[in-house]
Design a protein around this ligand. Structure first.
Ligand SMILES: Cc1cc2nc3c(=O)[nH]c(=O)nc-3n(C[C@H](O)[C@H](O)[C@H](O)COP(=O)(O)O)c2cc1C
Length: 225
């Protein structure tokens, strides 16, 4: 059967930092698994909400045990994601966290799989590797000083636990937010420096994203943990 790998874009922008890096990650996957089918999903194209705490996914004998009972724009996607061979999530950092849209998606994906027993066991139908690719305005040093990796690790740990496999991570810092900084009130940043970084550093970030894709492909064969 053809392997399926999804890149899930948590940015509203379909062709800027996060989306571009995710495309490169999928290129890295295809480089190792030429027969795999890959797809980039733009979450902001879908109409949906986060978990509503209805608990139908945990109701004993209920018709939705282990599955999200909400039927909306991501219902088919949640089912596809659970049966994928790997998932690569991408998100800009908004107020020190992943975007609300990605958070809502993950609540709906993960909570139904999460069993409230002594081991917090998982109802995920299969083991699959996952990866998180984050993009942010701050520099690498500011990212560490603001403790972003520690904050972001909580969701990575849930993903790794639910899907029983490796969660890989890439941080892309000091991103360029627009092609022309002179059009915006933004004296905190130097447009010239951001543009130069986009030209010199971003291609290297894309190369790292391709490497991340290769690691995801390798983890499909050996999911680890
Ligand atoms: C609402 C909002 C909040 C943001 N908050 C942060 C933040 O807390 N830390 C940070 O480093 N960058 C922050 N940024 C910048 C974005 O994370 C950064 O520009 C990112 O690379 C954008 O990704 P995109 O080009 O894929 O949309 C914020 C941007 C927006 C629009």
């Amino acid at each position: 059967m053809t392997m399926k790998i999804y890149a899930i874009n948590g940015s509203p922008r379909k062709n800027w930092n996060t989306a571009t890096l995710l495309q490169h990650a999928l290129e890295g996957v295809r480089g190792c698994l030429p027969d795999a089918s890959t797809e980039l999903v733009n979450l902001y194209e879908h109409t949906y909400k986060g978990c509503t705490s209805c608990f139908q996914c945990k109701k004993l004998g209920g018709s939705s045990y282990g599955a999200c009972a909400i039927h909306d724009g991501i219902t088919p996607l949640l089912e596809e994601a659970l049966h994928a061979d790997a998932l690569i999530f991408g998100s800009p950092i908004y107020f020190s966290d992943i975007t609300g849209m990605l958070k809502c998606f993950l609540e709906r994906l993960l909570f139904p799989c999460f069993v409230y027993d002594k081991d917090y066991s998982s109802l995920a139908p299969k083991k699959l590797p996952t990866a998180f690719l984050y993009t942010m305005n701050v520099s690498h040093e500011q990212m560490l000083a603001n403790r972003y990796p520690e904050r972001l690790h909580a969701m990575e740990a849930f993903l790794g636990h639910i899907f029983g496999a490796t969660t890989l991570v890439q941080y892309v810092t000091d991103t360029c937010q627009f092609s022309d900084y002179s059009k915006y009130k933004m004296e905190l940043f130097s447009g010239a420096e951001k543009t130069a970084r986009r030209e010199t550093q971003f291609p290297q970030d894309c190369a790292h994203a391709r490497e991340l894709g290769s690691q995801v492909a390798a983890a499909i064969a050996h999911p680890g943990k």
